[in-house]
Design a protein around this ligand. Structure first.
Ligand SMILES: [Zn+2]
Length: 110
């Protein structure tokens, strides 16, 4: 998939959030928290795909959100990091709350 194909495909799947600058995902979610879409029968994590377009190689790396909004796909809000960096970012309880928060936010915008 080219960057253009991807961006065209997701064009109607997000809405800008004026306060935070987040691009909130309105498409499907994986595990109630990760923006996802189907592409040729495969499920793709849209935030991860965005990170790939921005940084290139994501082999062995995970996406991190500086806005702490997992359903955000604004490339300016997405960093790449290691799994341990990502777990250090947030404690499990906080991660659970944010997951719930992302899910509620997604339900509101849908
Ligand atoms: Zn964001």
């Amino acid at each position: 998939m080219t960057a253009e194909e991807f961006l065209t495909r997701i064009d109607h799947l997000w809405v800008p959030e004026p306060n935070s600058g987040c691009y909130l995902w309105t498409g499907g979610l994986l595990d109630h928290r990760y923006p996802s879409l189907k592409w040729n029968g495969k499920t793709i994590n849209a935030a991860r795909k965005m990170a790939q377009l921005k940084f290139g190689d994501m082999e062995g790396l995970v996406t991190r959100h500086i806005c702490n909004t997992t359903i955000c796909i604004n490339p300016d809000h997405i960093l790449r990091g290691t799994v341990s960096q990502n777990s250090m970012d947030i404690a499990p309880e906080l991660r659970r709350q944010r997951s719930e928060h992302a899910w509620k936010k997604w339900q509101i915008i849908n």
